[in-house]
Design a binder for this molecule. Structure first.
Ligand code: PHE
Length: 515
């Protein structure tokens, strides 16, 4: 072990944990819908191109940065170049904000798991004549804030128990069982979904270019810039990039493991699960909508509505086996949520553990993880109580501030600063830092421990990290700002200004380094 720091038990354990972090709510509720809406198969090609040219590159860079410094994100950036400590702060603060709602959504999964367990046990619909459709239950759940806070707490306790166990005894162990289980359950749900009448329409929505428009799911095809922004934003969140997770997981990785190969496997597995999740949920959702005579435009295929309204409708109307499939499905989503949440908690915990050790103190993982989980629970209670804006809790940005009206609810508020602002800007500056100031060899030298590659790969990495990643990240930043704060030319100006400023900044500092 290096300087007493935890390590993964095996490379496979690391891969499963990293895939666990990547595979999460983003894959299930974001990817399929965005793919359908933004051009089906065409979107998939754009997504894969960005995943290879940007996602794969940043994945390798983050894992290498983590392993090289053996530190949390703040420590890793500060130790590498003091001036960029703020990137580390972004990468620790973002997970904290994301967890405020990720834990609440995990709580919802537990609640829908309980609902389906109760229906399977007591046959509530038949015995008491209550309709357990998503349309009935979701509103009832959101306007019952006490229950939401309690289940958020249960979700956090589960995560706490795993993280407290440590890197290899907690996180790795959970994923070694959780990931294979998730895969099996996903296959079961896919088989059921594809055998429903009308499932074909759903597949067409996902795969056939332009079908979403021609069938009336959406009014018009988004522009190419929008598609690029959507694909990029989705890819980042889905691969757990620019949130410190891969830097932290990389810091526990053995000296001789092949980071390049591992990164390829993680990117591939995450994309595969996103596609499989789409095939599991979209056909069922569309088939059920058709059977109930709902217009395509009104079938809800994204976000919390997809998971907790549309799909619960499917389970409630499926007959006796419905709740069983409901249990399998929500258990699957729950595992995906836990395996991502524990990586986010680990980012923040690692910071405090490293900090204690730097001060020469013996760090107490249990106590630190408990503290982190309590802090998350406090902000999460607010998001849970808010119930996606159902309970009239005040949130900044809900009323217009000048031209800006950007938040419907606390979930949006937390999401817009993390996913909308810090994530894309952080990744853009990170690429410039490595490409122009530290130089690509910074990462490549670390990759050489464990991988052998030729000049071709080195050139590919160099071109991507210097030019392709920063430019695409600029588009992604514009797209995210447009998404969260409303379309505005100001977003273009801000994004391009940051790109230009840090390009010049890193270039000058890079030239000085050479002297
Ligand atoms: N990748 C996870 C998902 O798709 C979310 C996540 C983001 C997890 C960043 C960790 C870090 O849901």
């Amino acid at each position: 072990m290096d300087n007493g720091r935890s390590q993964w038990g095996s490379n496979l354990g690391f891969i499963l944990a990293a895939v666990g972090s990547a595979v999460g709510l983003g894959n299930i509720w974001g990817f399929p819908y965005k793919m359908g809406k933004s051009g089906g198969f065409t979107f998939l090609l754009v997504y894969i191109a960005i995943a290879v040219l940007v996602g794969f590159i940043i994945m390798m860079s983050e894992l290498a940065l983590g392993r090289k410094t053996r530190l949390n994100p703040i420590g890793a950036y500060t130790e590498t170049k003091k001036a960029y400590g703020f990137l580390g702060v972004f990468a620790v603060l973002s997970p904290f904000l994301i967890m405020s709602f990720y834990s609440v959504l995990g709580g919802y999964c537990l609640q829908y798991l309980s609902l389906n367990l109760a229906e399977a046990s007591f046959g509530l619909q038949n015995a008491f004549g209550i309709q357990l459709t998503g349309s009935n239950t979701f509103g009832a759940m959101l306007t019952n804030p006490f229950g939401c806070v309690v289940f958020t707490l249960v979700f956090m306790i589960i995560c706490y128990l795993i993280n407290k166990g440590g890197v290899s005894e907690g996180i790795e162990k959970f994923n070694k069982i959780g990931m294979p289980a998730l895969f099996v359950m996903l296959v079961i749900v896919i088989i059921r979904a594809l055998t429903m009448d009308g499932a074909m329409e759903g597949l067409k929505f996902m795969f056939v270019p332009g079908y979403a428009v021609s069938a009336g799911f959406i009014a018009e095809q988004p522009s190419f810039i929008n598609v690029l922004g959507t694909a990029g934003g989705q890819m980042f969140f889905s691969l757990s990039l620019a949130m410190g997770a891969m830097i932290t997981y990389g810091s526990y990785l053995g000296e001789k493991e092949d980071i390049r190969k591992n990164s390829g496997i993680i990117v591939f597995a995450d994309t595969l699960v996103a596609l499989m999740a789409g095939i599991a949920v979209i056909p069922a959702a569309v088939a059920n909508g058709i059977q109930n005579g709902i217009a395509f435009a009104d079938i809800k295929l994204s976000g919390p509505n997809l998971l907790f309204v549309t799909l619960q409708n499917v389970f409630a109307e499926m007959g006796v086996v419905g709740p069983i499939f409901g249990v399998i499905f929500y258990a699957l989503v729950l595992i995906a949520a836990i395996s991502s949440a524990i990586s986010l908690i680990e980012v923040i915990s690692a910071y405090f553990i490293d900090r204690a050790e730097k001060k020469g103190k013996e760090s107490n993982r249990g106590k630190i993880v408990l503290g982190v989980c309590i802090a998350i629970m406090v902000e999460a209670a607010l998001v849970a109580w808010d119930g996606l804006g159902s309970n009239g809790v005040w949130v900044p940005g809900q009323q217009s501030i000048g031209v800006l009206t950007f938040n419907d609810c606390w979930l949006d508020f937390m999401d817009c600063w993390s996913e909308g602002v810090m994530m894309p800007i952080g990744a853009m500056i990170m690429a410039l830092l490595i490409g122009w100031e530290l130089k690509p060899d910074f990462t490549l030298n670390e990759l050489k421990n464990g991988a052998t590659f030729g000049k071709g790969f080195e050139a590919f990495y160099a071109v991507c990290i210097k030019v392709v990643v920063p430019v695409i990240m600029c588009f992604v930043t514009i797209g995210q700002l447009n998404d969260f704060f409303g379309k505005n030319v100001v977003n273009y100006v801000i994004s391009i200004a940051i790109l230009a400023f840090f390009f010049v900044f890193t270039l000058i500092r890079g030239l000085k380094n050479e002297k």
